[in-house]
Design a protein around this ligand. Structure first.
Ligand code: MG
Length: 248
């Protein structure tokens, strides 16, 4: 396994390429010189975070579709690093749940250790952005139940297909499809708390480390998955994160 940088079309045969990074993708990475056509590379999750911070109810229409109030400050929760999988890996539905939902989201990847970051300075601690599926066992989300149980199962945090470092995230589309049918079609311009506010809020609680991920919340249109489905989260300017669903 290696970190790779992905270059768009323009290689010797016109195809996109993966270039091997010598150590890690933070700062100014150095390269080994080895490269492959992107089509020949199997992509894993682009990062294994020390923590994945989720934000609940951060789009007005999603908060209200589930009958919840719109929060007056970010609703934060954690997903364990063991919930992370990469593109193409299977989401396993746990037998204890009868309602496992997709939640397509824009994810922010932190680029350097930081603590008490002001919103205005937040762009300086961001490595880039990726697509995320905040998979949720909705029926385990009883009013006083910990969010960890409904959000924390193995395979419940698909990330990928890569980290886009050149993106203006202020108004990108977040589109979720199930078996090719569009279920969510949101715009990050509708976020209640923007990325700067989220980083300020989270970094006031805990130190954020390189590779940590903040899931920025899901737009309206959440719904259930079934074994045999293929779910895709596409964020404009990044790419398409596709995962099959299997019975756990
Ligand atoms: Mg979510």
């Amino acid at each position: 396994m290696s970190f790779v940088a992905i270059d768009g079309p323009g290689g010797p045969d016109g195809a996109a390429e993966a270039r091997e990074i010598a150590d890690h993708p933070f700062g100014n990475p150095s390269f080994t010189g080895r490269r492959w056509p992107l089509a020949d590379v199997r992509l894993l999750a682009p990062i294994l975070p020390s923590k994945v911070i989720g934000i609940g109810r951060n789009y007005f229409a999603h908060a209200t579709e589930l009958g919840n109030a719109v929060p007056d400050e970010p609703m934060v929760f954690l997903k364990p690093s063991t919930s992370v999988i990469g593109p193409g890996a299977a989401i396993a539905m746990p037998a204890v749940s009868h309602r496992v939902d997709y939640e397509g989201e824009l994810a922010v990847v932190i680029g350097r250790p930081c603590h008490r970051v002001r919103a205005a300075d937040a762009s300086g601690v961001i490595l880039g952005y990726t697509c995320a599926n905040d998979v949720t066992a909705r029926d385990l989300r009883a009013p006083n139940a910990p969010w960890l149980r409904s959000k924390g199962f193995d395979t419940f945090c698909p990330l990928g297909p890569w980290i886009e470092t050149e993106l203006d995230p202020s108004d990108v589309t977040v589109t979720t499809t199930v078996n090719g049918e569009v279920r969510q079609d949101g715009h990050t311009a509708d976020l209640i708390f923007g990325l700067g506010e989220l980083i300020e809020y989270c970094s006031a609680i805990m130190t954020l480390l390189p590779g940590d991920v903040i899931l920025t919340g899901t737009p309206e249109g959440v719904g259930p998955l079934a074994a045999g489905d293929v779910v895709s989260v596409a964020v404009s300017g990044i790419g398409d994160l596709e995962n099959p669903v299997v019975a756990g």
